[in-house]
Ligand binder design. Structure first.
Ligand code: C2O
Ligand code: CU
Length: 575
């Protein structure tokens, strides 16, 4: 088995004294030394909802009652964590003014509406007109798309600062944003008290109930070429918590009636995936993803939700005896096989206490929202390939990479034309066993295939954040509507994002795109990684189907010949 240390050495990266941590998935729910309340003793709180066209949010320090005992000093919007939920009708312009009242030492901020189809200038990318301490900025969200209102969906907003997103979100700068429309209202899904927005996240606290700060991003920038890396630097930069919070409180409970509920779940953790299950073995009826309603509901016993993904889930308590308790938990993936390091947190999350008079169960039409018309125009053959790997940045520091290169805000890696449709392949070519969760700004995407097979349940609609397990390839297509300008494409595991795994595409006017000049999309992948990516794509064509278990094999390039995509971990050539 190749170790991370060996892989780094082969890549010419010096590793000193790094503990080979594989915390992801192996970190049980051990309580911190902080005053962590016992499970299911605090009531679930629902963040305040703001519905006006003009919304003011102040990023400010606040003492938040997260645990028992001392409050936690956090960076909040309007004093709460999570921030207030913004809830607006689709198609109605929404103006959000962010005031930066955090201490100057926090640095600049930039706020992104994640999932919004926002003009580039107001998209809150890492270098788009950041807000200085003491300053403020207006972000305008038209909430329209391709000539009509945006589709109803649960979005969210969070800080997106260059190199510091992980820390800033960890400190508290995130909140939910829900778009409603008439199409969805006509479905009569559970609403009001029967619709629960749930922001899942995890944190670590010190003995005084304060957030620990494990982030090394600013120090990283002062490292010279090939300087020693270790804990906190790629690929040892996995910041996870051991206290699981739902809407900002550890392991809360909520009283529910014996009837159908709608859970709108957001994974706002910086790094962790959750594999959601119900403790009574009941299935979820999934009606939507982060990009709104699916074409048809799907029943799922478990719902894997990576960082930034959302799921719109109906849960039926109508058959549950009043007085019973059902927990929402995260459990090991049943499809994990012996794939390394693609686990979900093992966690208790939320307890439902069922009581009262039985009401109606789930009733949902067999057809929900159809895919947009442009989905029929998509080619299954990728126009572009994005490979997510590990390498070095221009200064020779270990970095997460896209097509072999670390983020450089002055570089543009693709120029799609406005009004055009494109097909992209996202490939996990990382030579250590880690998943990635790739988010693309601006538009929503149809999933065409995963490892050469039709998209699995939950991916058969529009999405904007995609799981890539080791060696996997996912093929997606979209139409670039309405807005020109730069947009981001990055891993949403915030440590990966902050440490290089991001790039940008520039939507350009008709006739100015770069596709005609790109006969071979593989050419965009540089160096030895190209062989590996070619192999993954070839394996996808050869053996479509569910990925086999991962087995490393020594040597450059690829694992065993004939292996399917999803069973491959790219290896850097040994020197
Ligand atoms: Cu949720 Cu580019 O971010
Ligand atoms: Cu990643």
């Amino acid at each position: 088995m190749l170790t991370r240390r060996r892989v780094l050495r082969d890549a010419g990266i010096v590793v000193a004294g790094a503990a080979l941590s594989t915390r992801l998935g192996s970190f049980l729910t051990a309580e911190a030394a902080a005053s962590v309340p016992p499970r299911y003793t605090l009531p679930l709180q629902i963040p305040e909802v703001l519905t006006g066209a003009d919304i003011s949010l102040t990023a400010q320090l606040a003492d938040v009652q997260v645990l028992n005992g001392p409050t936690t000093s956090m960076w909040t919007f309007n004093g709460s964590f999570p921030g207030p939920t913004i809830r607006r009708p689709a198609g109605q312009e929404t103006r959000v003014t962010i005031a930066h009242a955090l201490p100057a030492s926090a640095g600049t901020l930039t706020i992104h509406n994640h999932g919004g189809h926002t003009p580039s200038i107001d998209d809150g990318g890492p270098v788009q007109d950041p807000i200085a301490p003491g300053g403020s900025r207006l972000y305008t969200y038209p909430l329209t798309e391709d000539g009509g209102p945006e589709r109803a969906a649960m979005q969210w907003y969070h800080d997106h600062t260059h190199h510091r997103t992980g820390r800033n979100v960890w400190m508290g700068l995130a909140g939910m944003l829900i778009i409603d429309d008439e199409f969805e209202a006509a479905l009569n899904l559970p609403s009001g008290a029967y619709e629960l927005p749930l922001l899942l996240t995890d944190r670590r606290f010190d003995q005084n109930n304060q957030l620990v700060d494990p982030f090394t991003a600013p120090d990283r920038e002062s490292l010279g070429p090939h300087e020693a890396v270790g804990q906190g630097f790629p690929p040892f930069d996995e910041n996870v918590g051991n206290v699981f919070l739902v809407n900002g409180r550890p392991w809360p409970y909520v009283e529910v009636e014996p009837r159908a509920y709608r859970l709108r779940v957001l994974n706002a953790s910086g790094f962790r995936p959750y594999n959601l299950v119900l403790s009574n073995g009941a299935k979820f009826t999934q009606v939507g993803t982060e990009a709104g309603l699916l074409p048809a509901p799907v029943e799922r016993a478990e719902v894997l939700l990576g960082t930034a993904e959302r799921a719109d889930l109906l849960v039926d308590f109508s058959g549950v005896a009043p007085g019973s308790k059902v927990a929402l938990q995260s459990r090991a993936r049943s499809d994990a096989g012996d794939r390394p390091h693609t686990g979900a947190a093992l966690a208790d999350l939320l307890e439902f206490r069922v009581q009262g008079t039985p009401g109606a169960g789930i009733s949902v039409p067999a057809a929900l929202r159809p895919l947009p018309d442009w989905a029929d125009e998509l080619s299954p053959v990728p126009d572009r390939i994005w490979a997510f790997g590990l390498g070095t940045d221009d200064a020779g520091r270990a970095a997460w990479t896209v097509n072999g290169r670390a983020f450089d805000h002055e570089r543009v890696d693709a120029r799609p034309e406005i009004g055009s449709v494109e097909t992209w392949a996202l490939v996990n070519s990382t030579p250590v066993a880690t998943s990635h969760f790739i988010h693309i700004h601006d538009v929503d995407w149809v999933v065409l295939s995963r490892n050469g097979a039709p998209p699995p349940p939950g991916e058969q609609g529009l999405k904007e954040t995609f799981r890539l397990d080791p060696g996997e390839v996912i093929v997606i297509g979209a139409k670039f509507t309405d807005h020109t300008g730069p947009y981001m494409l990055h891993c949403h595991m915030l440590d990966h994002e902050d440490h290089g795994m991001m790039t940008q595409f520039l939507v350009v006017d008709e006739g100015e795109g770069d596709l005609p000049a790109l006969p071979d999309p593989l050419a965009a992948v540089s160096g030895p990684e190209r062989t590996c990516v070619a192999g993954i794509l070839a394996a996808t064509r050869r053996r479509p189907g569910r990925p086999a278990a991962v087995r490393n094999s020594p040597g450059a390039g690829l694992a065993a010949p004939g292996a399917a995509a999803g069973s491959l971990i790219c290896h850097l050539p040994t020197s």
